[in-house]
Each structure stands twice: as structure tokens, then as C-alpha cells.
Ligand binder design. Sequence first.
Ligand SMILES: Cc1cc2nc3c(=O)[nH]c(=O)nc-3n(C[C@H](O)[C@H](O)[C@H](O)COP(=O)(O)OP(=O)(O)OC[C@H]3O[C@@H](n4cnc5c(N)ncnc54)[C@H](O)[C@@H]3O)c2cc1C
Length: 377
Amino acid sequence: MTDVADAIVVGAGIVGAACADALAQDGWRVRVLERARPGGRATAAGMGHVLVLDDSEAQFALTRLGRDLWRARDWPPSVERDDCGTIWVAADDAEFDAARGKSEWYAARGVRTGLLDARALRDAEPELHEGLRGGLHIADDLVVHPPTATAHLLACARAHGALVEPLRSVRVVGDGNVELDDDTRLSAALVVVAAGLDTPRLLGHRPDALRIRAKKGHLVISDRAPGFVRHQLVELGYLKSAHGGTARSVAFNAQPRRSGQLLLGSSRQVDVVEPRVEHDMLAAMIARAMRFLPRIGSLPGLRVWTGLRPSTDDNLPFIGRLPDAPRTIVAAGHEGLGITTSLSTAKLVADLAADRTPCIDPRWFACDRSTAELAHG
Ligand SMILES: Cc1cc2nc3c(=O)[nH]c(=O)nc-3n(C[C@H](O)[C@H](O)[C@H](O)COP(=O)(O)OP(=O)(O)OC[C@H]3O[C@@H](n4cnc5c(N)ncnc54)[C@H](O)[C@@H]3O)c2cc1C
């Protein structure tokens, strides 16, 4: 393929890569423009936990489909897929009641879950603190390595004729056209903007309708300690901490890697874009983890990094056509779920692009939903 395209995808993080793959498989001649290195931004920082979540019906639909698509696909060994499942840890009776409620909610929607009492929790995860009340096991959640998954998706897109161009920076997106920093102008029947945090700027800032803010996060990876934890472990208070609206928060979130290492999260700082590691946040994260895994302090930490989650005001991504620019589809603002929901986002984008019946109700993710809400007070 040379210089032509039916569809231009701006941004080659995991969301852009998944969109490029889905569109190329549908027969679109796709051209991907990436400012830097594919998968090098939020995607490289992500933890790679692929999970269902129950914050809202919209979030459940997108995560459930996303997780199913991850499970249905053949991934090369480099993607380090691990079907380890999730255990949501309940510290006390109130959290255990919440776990029971979630278990019923999920079961009614066909998600495999199991309620663990204190003893079953300890049997499943012997390193956990013995005073914990129990847990909720979600068997079909998994863990992957996001940057190599992105590379694989781009390779699949290329195999279907896509042209992937790193080091091509887009200055501005119009309706069905883009202008690059080197003054090149390109046009196409469709432009998909999957530029993460940079998306609103490329579209000329729509501050009311399309606000995407940074939520900085820290992660630490330990030396090898195979079997120290066996499932992705998350405290049940995680969602409150993640979306509670506080400017800074930490929650216990520990992941076993195929390498035998332990990946530990997580922190959130709203509107912080400075990438440096902040030792007070790191200390708070580790102190929180020690309440659940008392011996975690004995594992040497090898590396710490930070990343910026692209987050929206209602914690749902924007996936849809711009009302005043119908040849432009936005796919951005996935906060802490962009790895999980990359494939379901891409399926929805491909459905919208082809004018097919969408796989999920697109109104939940419409770009003008905030404007509409504002209009209704
Ligand atoms: C600490 C942390 C932990 C996380 N853990 C998880 C997890 O366990 N599970 C999960 O599902 N999600 C997780 N996430 C969230 C997930 O990483 C993000 O939601 C996801 O990577 C967003 O992907 P994206 O493609 O939209 O954005 P990005 O990866 O940021 O990609 C956007 C791309 O657009 C490019 N771009 C920007 N501007 C331009 C331009 N002008 N021209 C051309 N290209 C441009 C950028 O260079 C970049 O490559 C985590 C995130 C963080 C930070």
C-alpha cells in the first residue's frame, strides 16, 4: 500500500492499534499516524489487568465485551497472557456484604464468580493478612503485557494492508482530514482520533463536550518471587478510591507476572502531568499494600514508573462520531480501563464506521453526552 487511505487512525496506543486492526480486517485501507513510538505512552505504563467491572451498565457492557474479545483471540507468547483471575479482597463484614451483592449482580449477567470466606481466601492466597474477611473471585479475568499486545495488533493490521507510520505528528484534525506538523495534509473518508490525552487539543479543544484530564499513576515491579501471589488482588475499596473524586488516592492492587515478578499499584493524582516519581505517593502505596500483604516489604523493588490515565468526567470513554464532523470518530478517554476495553472500543468504532448495528449501545459513549446533560441541567 502506498500513500492512500480510506481511514486514518491518529495515535498508536492500544486503542488506536485495536481500531486499526478492526478497520483493516473490515477491508478499510488504513493509515496509522503516531507522533512517537507505538504503545509508548499510557499504554506502556498500564498494568495490563483485563477485567469486568460493575460501576455502571455502560462500563460493564464495555469491559465484559472487551474481556471476552481478549479471551477469544490467539495471542503470541510475548503478550504474556495469564488467565489468573481476580480476587477482590474484603477487609471486613461491610466489604464482604458488598462482595456478596456484587457476586449476585454478576451472576445475574452470566459472569462466573465465587465468594470466598476467610479460610478459602487464605487457601487461595497464603501471603494475605490472616485478619481479612474474604473475597470475590472473578475467574475469567486475565493479565497481559500491553506494549507487546499493541505491537501484535499493529502487525495484524499491517497483515491486512495497513500502513503504520511512527514519528508522524498530527497538528490538527478536521472533518475527514488531518494536517501534520510537517505541513502535510491528508484526507480520508474517515478519521479515527485515538490520541489519548492529546485528543481534545487535536480537535481544537471542546472544553464542555470533550474534556479529558490526566490521572497520574505509579507502579512498582519487584524482583522475581514466583507464587508470592497467584491472582490479581484488588481491595474492594478500589473503585471508591479510583473514582471518588479526591485529588490524590492510593489503593491496594497486586499482580503476578509470568516472569514471577509482582507488579504493585496503584495511585491516582488528578490533573498531575509531571512524570517524576513522587516518593510520598510511593510510600503511601506500599504502606497500603502491607496492610494486605505484610511480607511484601521483603521483596526487593526493581523499577518504579508513572503514567497518565486519560480520564473523562463520568469515567466512560468517548467513542463515537463528532456531531459536527461526522467523518471523525473519537476513541479516547479510557482512564484505567483502556487495555481491557481497547478491543470492544475497536469493535464499536468498526460498527459505527460501517453503519452496522452497534455491538453496544453507543449513546453511553457519545461525544456530545456531556453537552446534552448540561442542556438538561
Ligand atoms: C499506572 C496505570 C495503570 C493502568 N492499569 C491498567 C490496567 O490494569 N488495565 C487496563 O485496562 N488499563 C489500565 N490502565 C489504563 C490504560 O493504560 C489506558 O487507558 C490506555 O493505555 C489508553 O490507551 P490509548 O491508546 O487511548 O492512549 P495512549 O497509550 O496514550 O496512546 C495515545 C497515542 O497517541 C499518540 N499521539 C498523541 N498525540 C498525537 C499526535 N498529535 N499525532 C500523532 N499521534 C499522537 C501518542 O504518542 C500515543 O502513542 C492503566 C494506566 C496507568 C497509567
